[in-house]
Design a protein. Structure first.
Length: 550
DNA sequence: AAACCTTCCAACCGCGTAGTC
DNA sequence: TGACTACGCGGTTGGAAGGTT
């Protein structure tokens, strides 16, 4: 097996018919004893490396080549040892328990594979990463949420718990407690961002990923206690490395959001922190909607922000370097300038805006209780009023003045911004929306996939979290009401699926380690006749509001 | 049977960080 | 303080294998 692939690799990497020769030396692959080999390892090489490590121990990998004559760079040696030769490695597929653990860890840590691996003895970061990416892809295809029902349930429980909390941002909650309480918070639907259509295309320049890969817990903690060393966030944002300073984190942002974002400059010394603090966690913490317009849903770990695949030229380099998972690449499919799919950046923009700004200038929608029933109600109302959403409006380039369009119009076009049944932070949002567009024949970049969400529609109780964004410069207020996708998952997992006759294989697959054989009892997919035809999916349950008030 | 597609996974690459000088 | 080095991490790539059409 290996020999075959090896030969291919050798052939591929060969230079002048010299196998085992590496033509490049990037990444410190310069060898002192000649060219370094790349590609699959042979058993002989493995033996050499094992022998070396046995004698000299781990570390000093660059010395391997010198001491053993192994034509491999230190980097490669380390990787080989860590991922394959280490004696304590656990081989074989992940157990259900391990899978569950991975998911839990991902909720907490995001794409911190090494940290996750540390929690899973015998497993490597690469292994976990591959597993996760595969899982994401699979669920994306299936149109399923990343996080399983029980976690959803826990998230809801936590939500209810926190709804009764006051001053959650006062920092009186211990980090550990907070973390423990939010371990299962579903950062689902980070894609509940504001409709990009509501904002100028420049908003797309905002590196949503900078926040979306941050574990929910980290952000939440940040929001609670600024003393928490939110390395994840800081590192992700790289604010200190941005020569433009904190405000530049919103580089590319302009009106109307720009006014809001500019508020970030209020915290010149700790932009990211402030931003975190400004995050809303309403899903979980909108116990006090007047003071804490949290957007918990935005706090999705591992969210590979859907950058809408539109790496604008104006996007800062650092933004592009932010944690962009491979999935994001896939998401790029809806990055077309004309894609009706939403941009996380837009929501992130608001999310990133200082809380104080929001709290001071915002008055939540009266319907904005954040309670599930309220959301359900609203969703139902929308459903009744509109049975179909016009998702395909090529209005992704809609100018700012769309904000002044009627709320009705906005409703129709906005649902697409939300729902991301797959990923909490939005990477999946792309999947759902892209899938929708596929079904409706509106995909710009990809052909409809019969495989994607076949006859499957989630009934999503859209929660509407509204807040007003004060447009500092214009002196106007724009109330942006957006749904609470984070609840969508939970609801979708807790019996909101309507059609019991549908095949639950997808869900079963998705919830594998979390559900028993009676999966179908709890999770059902909805079949809408419209969905099969790609028209009029009952996505209006995703409905969202965008009310613009001059 | 062949072509195509999907999944899995090993390996590579670039970058960030810590340590050292 | 800056340059250099080693190491680690996360994202990405590409081939093998298996499945589907």
């Amino acid at each position: 097996m290996k020999s075959k692939s090896e030969e291919k690799m050798i052939s591929k990497n060969s230079v002048d018919d010299s196998p085992y020769v590496e033509e490049g030396n990037s990444g410190g692959n310069v060898g002192g004893n000649g060219p370094l080999k790349k590609g699959p390892w042979t058993s002989t090489e493995d033996a050499i490396l094992i022998d070396y490590v046995t004698k000299h121990g781990e570390g000093n990998w660059n010395a391997v080549q010198k001491c053993s004559g192994l034509a491999r760079c230190g980097k490669s040696c380390r990787l080989r040892w860590a991922n394959h030769l280490r004696p304590d490695l656990k081989k074989g597929a992940f157990t259900l328990e391990e899978e569950r653990r991975i998911i839990e860890l991902h909720v907490k840590m995001g794409n911190k594979w090494a940290r996750m691996a540390a929690e899973l003895p015998g497993r490597t970061d690469n292994e976990i990463k591959n597993y996760w990416n595969t899982r994401i892809k699979r669920r994306q295809r299936a149109g399923l949420p990343i996080y399983p029902p029980d976690i959803c349930t826990q998230a809801l429980n936590d939500n209810q718990h926190h709804e009764n909390m006051d001053n959650f941002s006062s920092g009186d909650i211990q980090q550990s407690d907070f973390l423990s309480m939010n371990v299962f918070e579903i950062p689902q639907f980070n894609g509940m961002e504001l409709n990009q259509q509501l904002y100028t295309p420049a908003l797309l320049d905002i590196p949503a990923s900078s926040l979306l890969d941050i574990p929910a817990s980290s952000l939440l903690v940040e929001g609670l206690d600024s003393s928490y060393p939110s390395k994840s966030l800081l590192c992700t944002m790289h604010p200190s490395k941005d020569p433009r300073g904190p405000e530049s984190m919103f580089y590319g942002v302009n009106a109307p959001i720009g006014g809001v974002l500019q508020g970030s400059s209020q915290y010149p010394n700790d932009g990211s922190m402030r931003i975190v603090q400004s995050f809303g966690f309403s899903a979980v913490y909108d116990h006090d909607s007047t003071s804490n317009h949290a957007l918990s849903s935005s706090l999705i770990p591992g969210s590979h922000a859907i950058m809408n695949g539109n790496p604008s030229s104006s996007e800062p380099d650092w933004a592009m370097k932010l944690e962009l998972p491979s999935l994001q690449t896939q998401m790029g499919s809806w990055g077309s300038p004309y894609s009706p799919l939403p941009s996380l950046e837009s929501v992130d923009t608001l999310i990133q805006s200082p809380l104080t700004e929001l709290t001071q200038s915002c008055s939540l929608s009266p319907r904005n209780s954040g309670l599930l029933d309220a959301v359900l109600y609203e969703s139902q109302m929308k459903k009744n009023s509109k049975n179909s959403c016009q998702l395909t409006s090529p209005a992704s380039t809609m100018p700012v003045d769309v904000l002044h369009t009627s709320s009705h119009e906005l409703h129709e076009m906005e649902w697409e911004v939300y729902g991301d049944p797959i990923s909490p932070f939005g990477h999946s949002s792309s999947s759902v929306f892209s899938e929708y567009t596929h079904m409706s024949g509106n995909s710009v970049d990809e052909p409809p996939s019969a495989e994607t969400m076949p006859d499957c529609t989630y009934v999503i109780p859209a929660l509407f979290e509204g807040f007003k964004v004060k447009e500092a410069e214009a002196g106007t207020e724009k109330q942006i009401i957006f749904s609470r996708p984070d609840f969508l998952l939970a609801s979708s997992c807790s019996g909101l699926y309507k059609d019991p006759t549908k095949d639950y294989s997808l869900l079963k697959d998705a919830f594998g380690p979390f559900l028993g054989d009676d999966l179908g009892k709890d999770c059902k997919q909805i079949d809408t006749s419209a969905s099969s035809s790609g028209q009029g999916r009952e996505h209006d349950s995703y409905a969202c509001n965008a009310v613009s008030t001059a």
